[in-house]
Design a protein around this ligand. Structure first.
Ligand code: MN
Length: 217
């Protein structure tokens, strides 16, 4: 097996009431595990030379054409969900809860003017993503940008339609992502995607996002 489910750093019920345990269980054990299994099946006869999933998504064009759609969908699914789980925190420490004084706070203020303006931009991206997809905060050319992608597309993919990655030298590195597929919220929120997006802001670990921001610089 080339890829495997990452371990969660918290209990599945620890994100309640914002994300319920049943949704977490199905989302992680069924949806994400399914992407991993299908990704491994698609790459079964491909020499990936120990590349990370991020490397593979950044060079999809180098894969044989017949496996590209499966790797795009399931490799994207694996990378997107791995990032998503990592930026969530259940019983949060004061440091995790607090963006104040972190590098990411300064970068958000520079890019958007204020945290509230960033939150509005991110929420708009999440609510206007029609159908299934993701809202993102990415680092692009050293700056923070809010965007969204359809399906399981990753901002790491060249030519991702969201991010104008047609320029090969300019990549978008996701540091915060929100899954807005209905499987991510429908049990608890039904059609109320705005309530789910708002709840998400209560379970973000700013320690992790800050570290991802620094790594992307
Ligand atoms: Mn999902």
């Amino acid at each position: 097996m080339k890829f495997s489910l990452p371990k969660l750093a918290y209990a599945k019920d620890s994100l309640e009431p914002y994300i319920d345990a049943t949704t977490m269980d199905i989302h992680y054990e069924k949806h994400h595990a399914g992407y991993v299994a299908k990704l491994n099946a698609a790459l079964e006869n491909i020499d990936t030379q120990g590349k990370s999933i991020e490397d593979i998504l950044g060079s999809l064009d180098s894969l044989p054409e017949e496996v590209r759609p499966a790797v795009r969908n399931n490799g994207g699914g694996h990378a997107n969900h791995s990032l998503f789980w990592s930026i969530l925190a259940g019983e949060k420490s004061d440091s995790e809860k607090n963006i104040s004084g972190k590098s990411i706070e300064g970068a958000i203020n520079t890019a958007f003017g204020s945290f509230e303006a960033f939150k509005k931009s991110f929420t708009d991206a999440a609510l206007t993503r029609f159908g299934s997809g993701w809202a993102w905060l990415v680092v692009k050319d050293g700056s923070l940008v809010v965007t969204s992608t359809p399906n399981q597309d990753s901002p790491l993919m060249k030519h991702a339609c969201c991010c104008s990655n047609s320029d090969e030298s300019s990549t978008s590195i996701p540091i915060l992502g929100l899954d807005v597929w209905e499987h991510a919220y429908y049990l608890n929120y039904q059609n109320r995607r705005p309530d789910y997006v708002d709840a998400f802001f209560n379970v973000i670990s700013w320690d992790v996002v800050d570290q991802l921001y620094k790594n992307a610089q």
